[in-house]
Design a protein around this ligand. Structure first.
Ligand code: NAG
Ligand code: NAG
Ligand code: NAG
Ligand code: NAG
Ligand code: NAG
Ligand code: NAG
Ligand code: NAG
Length: 231
């Protein structure tokens, strides 16, 4: 009898879990649209009226300028908005784009801290935010972007250290943190990034030198090395 009861309890528990899991997986293209509208709402200047007219709920989100969706899931796959003089902060709601692979907002005037919510996007392969006005630290959570292949943070106003967690990015091919105000030692963990081909660290305020470990790695794997590091 006790056994039967505990079995029933277990069954009810699993059913509850199943229903709960379904509930959290209800994201769809509508969720993606609201995430992009939240992104748009924090843009304070759009001098060429690129998004203000085009990103309208009267047209399908996958047809918005800069947005592409993938055919398989019908969800937002990439957002590419370069050279558009957009000003504002990046909405944390981008972290809801669960099928997001490419975020490229190179050469705009986005500022403030980069939202750590974006580091939840486990499918993200390209993060290109160079030539903006981001400030504050490079979030350690970037190390959670396990599929990341290209990370461009150059020409911003980032301060603080490069987080050690960067070494977790085992598929990263290119890392550019040049032209910021970063300091401290270059983390040893960089030597663990076995896919790395391009590393640009110049024009910062790093201290110390590249250790022999990193140098060894560099000579083994890097095809282009640009080590004009300001110490
Ligand atoms: C997305 O899901 C919501 C409920 O979570 C639903 O109301 C809406 O119709 C769905 N949209 C599409 C396009 O399937
Ligand atoms: C938005 O821009 C895209 C790409 O330039 C274009 O194909 C589409 O027709 C535009 N939509 C509206 C509503 O202006
Ligand atoms: C952005 O501007 C640069 C420099 O003017 C140019 O080389 C590049 O092709 C532009 N990119 C786009 C997508 O317009
Ligand atoms: C940035 O975009 C502007 C046009 O909006 C262009 O004149 C400039 O050359 C671009 N700079 C880079 C580094 O791409
Ligand atoms: C999206 O994310 C934000 C903050 O990251 C959250 O507050 C919001 O409820 C989410 N919206 C949807 C529709 O999932
Ligand atoms: C970086 O921050 C400093 C100090 O707040 C400021 O003077 C400078 O204009 C900023 N540079 C950029 C490119 O945003
Ligand atoms: C590199 O990775 C190995 C195992 O994956 C780990 O034992 C080691 O501590 C890592 N080294 C650094 C410098 O993070």
């Amino acid at each position: 009898m006790v056994n039967l009861l505990s079995c029933l309890l277990l069954f009810l528990l699993s059913l509850h879990c199943f229903v709960a899991c379904l509930a959290v997986n209800t994201k769809n293209i509508t969720t993606d649209q609201s995430a992009l509208l939240a992104f748009k709402s924090l843009i304070t200047s759009d001098p060429y009226d690129i998004l203000s007219k085009n990103w309208s709920t009267s047209s399908f989100v996958c047809n918005w300028v800069g947005v592409t969706c993938d055919e398989r899931h019908g969800r937002v796959h990439s957002l590419i908005l370069r050279n558009m003089s957009l000003k504002g902060i990046v909405s944390p709601n981008l972290g809801n784009l669960s099928f997001f692979v490419i975020l490229d907002i190179k050469n705009n005037s986005f500022g403030g801290q980069f939202p750590i919510e974006v580091c939840r996007l486990r499918r993200l392969k390209v993060l290109h935010i160079s030539y903006n006005k981001f400030e504050g630290g490079i979030p350690a959570a970037l190390g959670d972007l396990s599929q990341l292949q290209y990370l461009y943070l150059g020409a911003n106003n980032f301060t603080g250290f490069i987080p050690e967690s960067i070494g977790n990015l085992q598929w990263l091919k290119e890392l550019d943190t040049s032209n910021n105000r970063l300091s401290g030692p270059i983390p040893q963990t960089i030597s663990n990034m076995s896919s790395l081909e391009v590393l640009k660290l110049f024009s910062n305020y790093f201290s110390g030198t590249l250790t022999s470990d990193i140098m060894h790695h560099v000579s083994l794997f890097l095809t282009i090395c640009d080590f004009r590091i300001l110490i």
